[in-house]
Design a protein around this ligand. Sequence first.
Ligand code: KG4
Ligand code: ZN
Length: 386
Amino acid sequence: MLFSESNAKIVPFYTKNDKINKLLNFSFKKERDNFLIVNFVNQIMDSKKIYILGIESSCDDTSAAVICDGKVLSNIVANQEIHAKYGGVVPELASRAHQQNIVPVVQQAIEQAGITKEDLNAICFTKGPGLMGSLLVGTSFAKSLALGLQIPLIDVNHMQGHILAHFIIEENTPIPPFPFVCLTISGGHTQIVKVSNHFELEILGETIDDAVGEAFDKSAKILGLPYPGGPLVDKYAQLGNPKAYSFTKPKVGDLDFSFSGLKTGILYFMQKQVKENPNFIEENLNDICASIQHTIIEILMDKLKNSVKQTGIKHIAIAGGVSANSEIRKRLQLAQDHWGWTTYIPKFQYTTDNAAMIAITGYLKYLNNDYADISVKAEARLKVTE
Ligand code: KG4
Ligand code: ZN
């Protein structure tokens, strides 16, 4: 015991833990300087804070984030602008840029969090899916840092990261209750996943060819817009008429997606129009973007409606880069009012690739003592359920 019975008294000061406050109140009946013990307990409580560093390097963004007990202290993202002039991500250039960025990005994340690397409890990194060269940079760096600091190493599935970004603790951001359905819409993936628990995931449907982000980017390329075209299509669409042109929606399974036919349809339509009027795209860019975006978002909403019909689950979350899109955000807001869904839309900075989503997933694994072995390998192909 820290203090003898003789100098104990009823405690007028309180620690940060209710259970300990009760114990102090009931255990110490005599006079003593309780201030010291309260301070001591508070220090222990503070030192119990769990700091996690997350590292994301699966594609063309180098990112590092520090979270503490589920709250984001820093989330640094270095975009690689070099790919824009090639109209898409060049894997070799991406891994080289990761090598240049990773040390300063991690350093900045730790500094901005107001901690030192010795405060970290674990290092998490994206194991896959993604570009092998890019993944290798993050994986090797995370391994070395975890070894050097003698702390646990935690491997994170990038697709799980997109979904579990919903568990970042933020003011005014409700966390979805289990079970919920998550529509993951990114540059590489399009999936509808039933989330029964943090790591109990079931794919209900997915794309059989292109991802929805690719549909945006490839359409943008046809229109002569630079990579990544999704945000630009969104920007011009806001000034255009979504019903100006109509494109055929694909016919696939109730919860599956297909976007390659739509892309070809858009290409043939533009080629035909440009033959008749070489300035067709320039003159109608806003309407074209609005019509393309409307078709894509209609497809996504149809699939979500099907998923509610099939599962009866009305808690709907979205994740991934395309969830930054203004129309899907509006349509989900409307679905709350019209169909009684409760929708969960992540903050913009947690939609496109970022390390905070990797850190929160790692934190949830840390709480389960789910650590990686130092021999863990990056995996370019990895299902959300693996
Ligand atoms: O999740 P993410 O950052 O990277 C992958 O894991 O793929 O997603 C990037 C994709 C790109 O295709 C980009 O064009 C698209 O998200 N995107 C958007 C918007 N912002 C990003 N698509 C449509 N509207 C947006 N506002
Ligand atoms: Zn992603």
